[in-house]
Ligand binder design. Structure first.
Ligand code: 5GP
Length: 188
């Protein structure tokens, strides 16, 4: 018998709309706790330390790795991203479902570390849609966007490793499918 609450990992290429779908899931299920990752990338305008991410220097990130403070971490498009371990355990032990929104290499590490985690992949309706979403949101310069699109090719190939693959054609539909796939329908 396991006493811990579910761990749900949501992954998929940059620009697929993961954050929007996750925000809708949290709106419907406020009991779910969304992990706040640590990253070495610079904050975007409007991002606040401790809210979207904990923004860290390379040295601080190294320290977290050395002290085994991260459940998983990965290099993505020139920056490092990681999931703080302690907060995940605290929330799960308290009975609160935990959701991670991370890229594919990190999802693989979670699969190894937490075999009962549910891994959900969000795919775009097509690669062209993904490209136009990334251009449209305008958060990256052309070089950073190219790095993300290159990463997206590799990430799409990893979809079959996940427990569930959901196509994000519309936010509401994808959020509902995610809730069903994660077995959370009873948590409303
Ligand atoms: P962004 O820079 O657009 O916020 O995030 C870039 C990518 O890193 C996204 O695919 C996002 O899901 C992923 N990411 C965010 N936090 C983490 C994390 O803690 N670990 C890993 N492996 N990926 C993360």
């Amino acid at each position: 018998m396991t006493s811990t609450a579910p761990l749900i990992v949501v992954s998929g290429p940059s620009g697929v709309g993961k954050s929007t779908v996750v925000a809708e899931v949290l709106r419907q299920y406020p009991d779910i706790w969304l992990s706040v990752s640590v990253t070495t990338r610079d904050p975007r305008p409007g991002e606040t330390d401790g809210v979207e991410y904990f923004f860290a220097s390379d040295h601080e990130f190294d320290q977290l790795i050395t002290h085994d403070g991260l459940l998983e971490w990965a290099q993505f498009a020139g920056n490092r991203y990681g999931t703080p371990r302690a907060a995940i355990d605290e929330h799960r032990d308290r009975g609160q479902p935990v959701l991670l929104e991370i890229e594919v290499q990190g999802a693989r590490q979670v699969r190894q570390a937490v075999p009962d985690a549910t891994l959900i992949f969000i795919a775009p309706p097509s690669f062209e849609v993904l490209e136009s979403r990334l251009v449209g949101r305008g958060t990256e310069d052309p070089q950073a966007r190219a790095a993300r699109l290159e990463a997206a090719q590799a990430e799409m190939a990893a979809a079959r490793e996940f427990d569930h693959v959901l196509v994000n054609a519309d936010v509401q539909g994808c959020a509902s499918a995610l809730i069903d796939s994660a077995g959370l329908s009873g948590n409303r």
